[in-house]
Design a protein around this ligand. Structure first.
Ligand code: AMP
Ligand code: MG
Length: 512
């Protein structure tokens, strides 16, 4: 934990490591260096992600490679930074969050030519750490690895895990735990909270210049926000660069984020994923899922499901995720207001109009996704919505969400027993199944969108407990199963089964 220069490394594939973010918005980029790791040991390496970045897995396993993965040896030209951001946490505004225990090492090109952040989590205290120790434990970092990879293989936009490396340090939580650093890759780490932080900086400098000149500030501000928005456009929505007029370009950026987030949250809802901590600092501009803390997949279908121990009010319950996303986007709109129009009232009108697109786009993504899950992509949205609502009435509080849709796949092939046996209202199911079957559901298409294997809570817990005790076998087997989630395989039956009855109501802890 220091701001002295780290040792350097010159691994292949890192020659073009850049610092575009730090150059574009230095106000949000604090040069910093990782803490020493006493005895780095690789626990998990994602060779496919490494390959995508042009990194050599064999080299990443060497001392120099491990140094890169824990941040103690960075490329000669790298400028690692801790990123500044703000955020609404459970609805309350925290003006100074930032990477308290993370570093952006820099940006790399992937094989497709896109820029990808290489980022470390658990790399020691930074000036943003507040009361935190800057560290992370093996369990939560492996959880992020396994769950983020599961989402990726389900086709859901997400940050990717490159590696988890045990540091050899002990992390003090309720009990002493082995420490680790997660190396992750993202199309960027720009968050709604980054814009909130930038806006606050602009407002502060507005006030200062207003006070100095003795005049009222015009409130236009917008320099840091503007640079951040330009950076976001060039990274994520380059097709917008050519929009000549400023307000239109920034409005297009906002609309693009609204669309990306509407699509993302619909994908979560369709697979039963509960993010758990949808604070605005955990919402990306790219539309990738980020910051896996107390996340979990639904077992039994119930929109009120909350897993996180700290979410006492159920703010981030499964069924609340779409309206919470809309709320978070409203916070982004507020930060962008000075870029949308010089007159605040007009800017608010413009922002509200654009935000209005969220519900429509979410509804469309959800509706078409649900019809696909039911094998009736060809039917009208209203027909699909009625069938979906009635099905949810039948299974709510009763059936395991994921395996029920696979059971419906068997029902579409004529074998109704599994789906019928899992609901209490058998007559209701029969009536529903008659309506649904008359639409000739496509069973093969259903199996392509309804996963067999998800990162089930009891399997994740089992894998992490073993890994924390030093045995990675269960973690590796789980990752293998989740790498092909739609493809039912002999020998993996237990990975497809709902949690055992004794598993009870599951709670995830933020003790990350
Ligand atoms: P998260 O809940 O992981 O999204 O983190 C929320 C904020 O708390 C971020 O600013 C993190 O950097 C910070 N944070 C979380 N855990 C720690 C820790 N152990 N040490 C320092 N900062 C932390
Ligand atoms: Mg976070």
């Amino acid at each position: 934990m220091s701001d002295t220069s780290p040792a350097t490394t010159d691994l292949r594939g890192l020659a073009d490591l850049g610092h575009a973010f730090a150059d574009a918005v230095p106000e949000l980029a604090l040069p910093w260096t990782a803490a020493e790791a006493p005895a780095p040991r690789l626990l998990a390496l994602n060779e496919s992600v490494a390959g995508d970045l042009g990194l050599d897995p064999a080299e990443l396993r060497t001392d120099a490679g491990l140094g890169l993965l824990v941040g103690t040896r960075v490329p000669t030209r790298a400028k690692p930074v801790a990123q500044g951001y703000a955020g609404h946490q459970f609805g309350g505004f925290a003006p100074r969050l930032g990477d308290g225990r993370a570093l952006l090492v820099g940006e790399l090109h992937d094989r497709g030519g896109g820029l990808r952040d290489l980022h470390l989590k658990g790399s020691g205290r930074t000036p943003w750490a507040r009361g935190g120790d800057g560290l992370a434990a093996v369990g939560p970092m492996l959880r992020e690895y396994v769950v983020s990879e599961a989402l990726h293989h389900l086709g859901i936009p997400t940050t990717r895990a490159l590696a988890v490396t045990a540091t050899g340090a002990t992390v003090r939580r309720e009990v002493p735990l082995p420490g680790a650093v997660l190396a992750r890759v993202a199309s960027s780490h720009l968050r709604v909270g980054s814009f909130q932080y930038a806006r606050a900086l602009d407002q502060a400098s507005d006030q200062q210049s207003g006070a100095q000149s003795g005049a009222q500030s015009d409130g236009s501000g917008g320099d840091v926000v503007r640079r951040l928005a330009d950076h976001a456009i060039s990274r994520h929505y380059p097709e917008l660069v050519s929009i000549g007029s400023d307000p239109e370009r920034y409005l297009a950026l906002f609309r693009a984020v609204v669309s990306a987030q509407a699509a993302l949250v619909a994908r979560w809802m369709l697979v039963g994923f509960v993010h758990g901590v949808m604070n605005t600092d955990n919402v990306t501009i790219s539309g990738e899922t980020i910051d896996y803390g107390p996340c979990a997949f639904l077992d039994v279908f119930d929109p009120t499901t909350v897993f996180s121990s700290i979410d006492e009010g159920g703010r981030y319950a499964f069924g609340n995720q779409p309206p919470i996303t809309e709320w978070n986007l409203a916070r982004l709109a507020e930060a962008l207001l000075p870029l949308l129009d010089e007159q605040q009232e007009r800017a608010v009108e413009i922002a509200l109009e654009a935000l209005g697109g969220f519900r429509e786009q979410y509804a469309e993504a959800w509706s078409s996704g649900m019809r696909a899950k039911l094998g009736i992509a060809h039917v009208d949205a209203e027909v699909g919505a009625a069938l979906t609502d009635d099905l949810f009435g039948l299974i709510r509080g009763q059936a395991d969400y994921t395996s029920y849709f696979r059971a419906l796949g068997r029902a579409a092939r004529g074998d109704l027993a599994a789906a019928r046996d899992r609901v209490l209202d058998v007559a209701g199911f029969d009536a529903w199944a008659t309506r649904w079957s008359s639409l000739q559901p496509d069973a093969a298409a259903m199996d392509r969108v309804n996963p067999v294997y998800i990162a089930r809570n009891h399997l994740v817990e089992e894998a992490l407990a073993d890994a924390t005790a030093g045995d990675l076998a269960a973690f590796e087997r789980l990752n293998d199963a989740l790498a092909r989630p739609f493809d039912e395989r002999a020998g993996l039956e237990r990975y497809a089964e709902p949690a055992p009855a004794g598993f009870g109501a599951y709670t995830t802890y933020c003790g990350t």
